[in-house]
Write a protein that binds this ligand. Structure first.
Ligand SMILES: [Ca+2]
Ligand SMILES: [Ca+2]
Ligand SMILES: [Ca+2]
Ligand SMILES: [Ca+2]
Length: 453
């Protein structure tokens, strides 16, 4: 009986420069196997610090044979259409493995077998993504079992409360923005701040420029390593590579609207859509303040929502790309900031939209059509979504001039007043300790960067 089996990758190793993001992945052998129980075949000479990787995703067979020490990574992922699971593994700060799997076949096990001189501990991160945009994370660390296997479970989409509250992470006195991005793929987010230059909180300068504003993390090059999208005088750029993503745009969203990964950019000239750094199609000439990508109607194609002072526009994805939908939001709504959150925990993504006087919640009926669900009279400068209390309902982090506050999600779709956060310049959901749960990172007015509680 032939059993379909993912090719076995032996002794891959990666050397990578953080600044230049160059790396080489060498595969010593790639084979298909017919037997469900497989032995690690005779490998060529394995270099120092190499790992042997036996891949059995979606299959029943794996074997860490003999006296091999192994970490068995058990991945659980929702089978989302058009989505992928990126797996990255690193040891002693060095990236050893990065590879994407289709999300509908990514639940399963992946076995890393230690070479003779490999580090004792392995860090593995799983990232569910669509169109280069991260939808969920899971990460953890395990020791190679002495003379056997240890198991590292990674559940994408699980709910939990952070254990990393109350940490002081660093200082960024002149920063106005903080954005989380896992630049080195180790499952711990780096925090990137602006100011005199664009740099990580740890001091790594990505660009010696003061005119760049960090926007969002994403993976436009689809190599399973996140990059940071920033906007500046020459358009939208991606760091650390420095590549141009778009010739113009104050805001950007990565999405797969039915034809593979593309991007949306938005500014006062309107909303545009197309391939990365290529000719783009204008979706609307109406001035846009913010844009997000989200699969509102659950058909596997990302949809686009953009807001401005002239209203909200919604485009559903499909085989021909995004197309305008009339009547998807309550009439007369305008906005300048918007964020995706599942406020009632029903699995259908909802939106929070801030205009000049208040924040309104648009609850998704489940078919992509949004209905108004109450409002809070707060003038928000920025909005972030994060489940701060671990009840599986997203909460809304509101940054305002007179302080920040959490508004808690509820099953009725209406926000409840939550804890205050004090004076805050900017905030970011970030997994700074790499346990797969995001913390709420706050940039205080004195430049101190902390995790909340
Ligand atoms: Ca990292
Ligand atoms: Ca859709
Ligand atoms: Ca919902
Ligand atoms: Ca919550």
């Amino acid at each position: 009986m032939r059993v379909p089996f993912t090719p076995l990758l032996l002794a891959s190793f990666v050397r990578r420069s953080f600044a230049q993001r160059t790396f080489a992945l060498r595969s010593y052998a790639q084979r298909s196997f017919a037997a469900p129980a497989l032995a690690i075949p005779n490998a060529p000479a394995i270099p120092t610090r190499a790992l042997t990787i036996s891949i059995a995703l979606g299959s029943l067979a794996l074997c860490a044979c003999g006296d091999e020490r192994a970490v068995v990574v058990r991945v659980e992922s929702p089978a989302l259409a058009a989505a992928e699971v990126c797996l990255t593994a690193s040891a002693e700060g060095e990236l050893l493995y990065n590879r994407a799997y289709s999300a509908d076949e990514a639940s399963g096990t992946l076995t890393f077998v230690a070479g003779a001189r490999v580090a004792d501990r392995l860090r593995v991160a799983a990232r569910l993504r669509r169109g280069g945009r991260t939808l969920a994370i899971a990460a953890g660390e395990a020791a190679f079992g002495p003379g056997g296997s240890s198991v590292l479970p990674l559940r994408l989409g699980a709910c939990a409360v952070t254990q990393a509250g109350g940490l002081t992470l660093g200082a960024a006195p002149s920063a106005t923005r903080v954005v989380a991005v896992d630049l080195d793929g180790d499952g711990r987010d780096e925090l990137v701040v602006n100011g005199d230059d664009l740099r990580t909180l740890a001091g790594e300068v990505l660009a010696p420029r003061a005119d760049l504003v960090p926007l969002v993390a994403g993976d436009p090059s689809l190599d399973c390593l996140e990059e940071l999208l920033v906007t500046g005088p020459s358009g939208v750029l991606s760091y650390p590579s420095g590549r141009r993503v778009s010739a113009a745009g104050d805001r950007v969203a990565l999405a797969d609207a039915g034809r593979g990964p593309e991007i949306a950019t938005a500014d006062a000239d309107g909303l545009r859509w197309g391939p990365r750094d290529d000719v783009m199609r204008s979706l609307t000439g109406q001035p846009i303040r913010d844009v997000v990508a989200v699969d509102l109607n659950g058909d596997g194609a990302d949809d686009l929502v953009a807001v401005g002072d002239e209203g909200i526009v919604v485009f559903f994805g499909g085989p021909a790309g995004p197309s305008a939908v009339v009547g998807a939001t309550p009439t007369g709504w305008t906005g300048r900031v918007l964020v995706v959150l599942d406020v009632d925990g029903d699995g259908a993504p909802d939106l929070a939209i801030a205009d000049e006087t208040r924040i309104r919640v648009a609850r998704n009926r489940g078919d992509g059509l949004l209905e108004g669900r109450g409002e809070v009279p707060v003038v928000a400068r920025a909005l972030y979504a994060l489940d701060v209390d671990g009840d599986c309902l997203d909460d809304l982090v509101v940054v305002a001039d007179d302080g920040a506050r959490v508004w808690l999600g509820h099953t009725d779709g209406r926000l409840r007043e939550g804890p205050t956060l004090g004076p805050v310049v900017d905030a970011a959901p970030a997994d700074v300790d790499g346990d797969g749960v995001r913390e709420l990172v706050l940039l205080r007015p004195d430049g101190e960067v902390v995790t909340w509680r």
